[in-house]
Design a protein around this ligand. Structure first.
Ligand code: C2E
Ligand code: MG
Ligand code: MG
Ligand code: MG
Length: 281
């Protein structure tokens, strides 16, 4: 038996595995360097209020612009940053960027604009989070109610009570909280009842087929009415077509976000987009 296990262990260490481990270590090292060299960049995707057709906010979405100018998507590096702990300095940097950019847009006259920043579970469990948020708001001069933090159910993996305590501290500072990717997890309704949220984002996997699949249409419809009765703003993510938008409008969804209106853009392009929407005086 011991012999068998020994043999199995040896089998695990194949050249292919070795190469995979090496690639992974190299990626980790490169991500660390990327932070020092400021190769990360925050993109912003507009959120549109359906009642007024106005851009009322933007979501900050981080990208890694590698030295070879390839732009790497967060799905490829956030999980690694989460595992290695690099998410803490990276997340703080994103928060600083997003808050100072939002303040800049306010100073340009887009003063109602909200900025949303995603927080991963590890960031949310960090004891320094609330202090960091307070410091960044003070340093940038951004009004707390213009900052929204997007979290997922994953933040409670460690302890529900601690997570709720953190949420309460943030909301008592005036910062808003949003439950991201709603519907993708398991215990959504339970958390919805206990979390001090001001908005909820319908996962884009439900939005994708609302115009063609009656089941998805009725799920989304139900989430919208439920949000309304719980006094939560409801945001549909991943809106790509006019048909999806028409459906959401007819159900009186509050806000939408998606390629149909705009992809996430570099800060300068988002500024141009806002300028273009500014009513002429
Ligand atoms: P998320 O927070 O759910 O962000 C929405 C994702 O949907 C973004 O992907 C956005 O680009 C994409 N999206 C928006 N509209 C559409 C659409 O119409 N169609 C499709 N197919 N996709 C659309 P992105 O930027 O690749 O980010 C992926 C995830 O990475 C985010 O999901 C978020 O969980 C995470 N992430 C991004 N930036 C940060 C960050 O600064 N910190 C942390 N902790 N996580 C981040
Ligand atoms: Mg999000
Ligand atoms: Mg989402
Ligand atoms: Mg997500």
């Amino acid at each position: 038996r011991a012999k068998d296990e020994g043999r199995n262990n040896i089998k695990l260490f194949t050249p292919a595995m070795n190469a995979k481990v090496m690639r992974r270590m190299e990626l980790e090292a490169n991500l660390r360097k990327a932070l020092e060299r400021e190769e990360f960049e925050v993109f912003y995707q507009p959120k549109v209020e359906l009642r007024s057709d106005k851009v009322v906010g933007v979501e900050a979405l981080v990208r890694w612009r590698r030295p070879d100018s390839v732009v790497v998507s967060p799905d490829e590096f956030i999980p690694i940053c989460e595992e290695t702990g690099l998410i803490l300095p990276l997340g703080k940097w994103v928060l600083e960027q997003a808050c100072s950019r939002a303040k800049y847009w306010h100073d340009m006259g887009f003063d109602g604009l909200n900025v949303s920043v995603n927080l991963s579970p590890r960031q949310f469990q960090d004891n320094h989070l609330v202090d960091h948020v307070g410091e960044i708001l003070a340093q940038t001069g951004l009004a707390p109610h213009c900052l929204e933090l997007e979290i997922t159910e994953g933040v409670v993996m460690h302890s529900v009570d601690e997570a709720i305590e953190t949420m309460n501290r943030l909301s008592s500072m005036g910062v808003r909280l949003s439950l991201d990717d709603f519907g993708r997890g398991y215990s959504s309704l339970y958390y919805l009842k206990r979390f001090p949220m001001s908005s909820l984002k319908i996962d884009r996997s439900f939005v994708a087929d609302i115009a063609t699949d009656p089941d998805d249409a009725s799920i989304v419809n139900t989430i919208i009415s439920m949000s309304r009765s719980l006094n939560l703003q409801v945001v549909a993510e991943g809106v790509e077509t006019k048909e999806q938008l028409d459906f959401l409008r007819s159900k009186r969804c509050d806000q939408m976000q998606g390629y149909y209106f705009s992809r996430p853009l570099p800060a300068r392009e988002l500024t141009e987009l806002l300028e273009g929407l500014r009513p002429a005086v």
